[in-house]
Design a protein around this ligand. Sequence first.
Ligand code: ADP
Ligand code: MG
Length: 240
Amino acid sequence: MITLDNISKWYGDFRVLTDCTTNVTKGEVVVVCGPSGSGKSTLIKCVNGLEPVQQGKISVDGDEVTAKGANLTALRSRIGMVFQHFELYPHMTVLENLCLAQEKVLKRSRAEAVARAEKLLARVGMEDHSKKFPSQLSGGQQQRIAIARSLAMDPIAMLFDEPTSALDPEMIKEVLDVMVELAQEGMTMMVVTHEMGFARKVADRVIFMDEGAIIEDRPTTEFFDHPESARAKDFLSKIL
Ligand code: ADP
Ligand code: MG
């Protein structure tokens, strides 16, 4: 579903990614972890073409993201992305937030968009909040809306970049629960997170990054029980 083939990326003279190769198959859940500044966000942004790469090839569902003239708008409408800061449109109600791209990009009718939105709001436990504005919701509620908004586009895969790290502790679980459910339903997911409980529970694989390189890319239990690199061992000892 998602293939990264020997990706390297520079910001000016600074090499932010070095020869990153991995792939995520359909239905797989891959957690990406590593120290701050190791390139996790950059890697995940490259997957849906938010950041260009200077070397290597990325494909999503057979389409090459890194090809010259790739249709990135079409690509992004098929891959959901949820960031640390829930980027809901502040001047729109929850329902409008969920309907906008469905109508504008997917050309769904109003009725279709509303029906899909309502279904997803119920799924993330937010059916009673459709008329509210984002500012009237807690961080955890806003993040669940952001996930629902992505799902409304019927994505073929979901990318998450530290979706719970800006949340108060008591709200982390309600967001992780939605993500766990999504994973268990078979969504293809790439998740940057420090929530190792989540990783252990649903990840098929863990990618550990350091200084822009993929240091480990292993089945979850192997990674936790027998990390190979000193850097991963050190990271786990600090975080667990
Ligand atoms: P992580 O998500 O693992 O914390 P990032 O991918 O955000 O790491 O950043 C990796 C490195 O690239 C960091 O050293 C960061 O300072 C640098 N970096 C990130 N974005 C930019 C940018 N737009 N321009 C220059 N350097 C950047
Ligand atoms: Mg980051």
